[in-house]
Design a protein around this ligand. Sequence first.
Ligand SMILES: NC(=O)C1=CN([C@@H]2O[C@H](COP(=O)(O)OP(=O)(O)OC[C@H]3O[C@@H](n4cnc5c(N)ncnc54)[C@H](O)[C@@H]3O)[C@@H](O)[C@H]2O)C=CC1
Ligand SMILES: Nc1nc(O)c(N)c(N[C@@H]2O[C@H](COP(=O)(O)O)[C@@H](O)[C@H]2O)n1
Length: 267
Amino acid sequence: MAPLPPLTESLIPFLDPYLPRKVPITLLNKAETDENPPFITLTFAQSIDSRISSSPGVRTSISHLETKTMTHYLRSKHDAILVGIGTFLADDPSLNCRFKINDDDPNHLIRPVIIDPTFKLGPFYENSKLRQAYLEKKGLPPIVLVKLSTIKSNPEIESFCNHHDIVLLPLESEPASRFQWMVVFRELKKRSIRSVMVEGGASVINSLLLSRDSSSGKPLINSLIITIGPVFLGKSGVEVSPCKELRLIDVSWWTGVQDSVICSHLN
Ligand SMILES: NC(=O)C1=CN([C@@H]2O[C@H](COP(=O)(O)OP(=O)(O)OC[C@H]3O[C@@H](n4cnc5c(N)ncnc54)[C@H](O)[C@@H]3O)[C@@H](O)[C@H]2O)C=CC1
Ligand SMILES: Nc1nc(O)c(N)c(N[C@@H]2O[C@H](COP(=O)(O)O)[C@@H](O)[C@H]2O)n1
């Protein structure tokens, strides 16, 4: 894999207000460590017509290398990176962090998390870039969130995961087979994950954009960071668009050699 170009310096102060704070665990009180959900950053790259790939299941390059480096810089600031199984199957991603300050800097190890209620990962994991990165010590094995009923009806999933160091996380699902995002994030927090960078795909992005904490009513997303590339992907592209209006606040824009990046909070 070709090394990434250096990070454009102006991105550091631009992104800083939207990044999770590194508070030493010893300074956190008990409520903070156990009950608060992790810091959630939703980030992805889209076309001008709000598409994240040219058609379902197709890996599509939208970002310039400059903003690809930014994505890996963002990964270096988070404990975990989360995608839906649709993204794993379409993109065969490495889901590791390849940003280094210099050649002596060790790789930041970010934990991949895959939402996969019916464990479609199985047949594809062996030859995946994700596993390759782990075997080469450039990444960690994933946490995979699977429906409890899937595991009950396929007991071999547990031995497969044990054999591959995959952390299996069984969850109850709602009648529509969806996990509640708050439940997902609290489970990750129990595993010492204090910040999660959610990258997609469309199904994950569209539902998470509208998700709120049922007790406080606050959005679950702490920061939204979108790269916009100069391309129209057309009507057959995979669209990101929540099913109702959503206003952004605390908005900042940055423009680089090709792409623009918008950072914001949700109203
Ligand atoms: N341009 C970019 O930055 C990115 C582009 N992509 C693109 O997005 C496309 C994939 O998007 P999608 O097909 O929408 O797949 P997806 O990655 O959103 O995965 C969808 C699947 O994840 C599971 N899932 C998601 N949320 C769940 C929940 N709350 N509870 C239970 N299960 C849940 C379901 O099995 C669902 O079918 C690919 O073409 C990929 O290339 C993906 C990530 C970033
Ligand atoms: N930042 C960005 N720009 C694009 O143009 C993209 N298509 C994506 N896709 C996301 O990056 C993942 C690939 O990760 P690896 O570099 O292989 O680790 C892919 O799965 C999408 O989440 N991102």
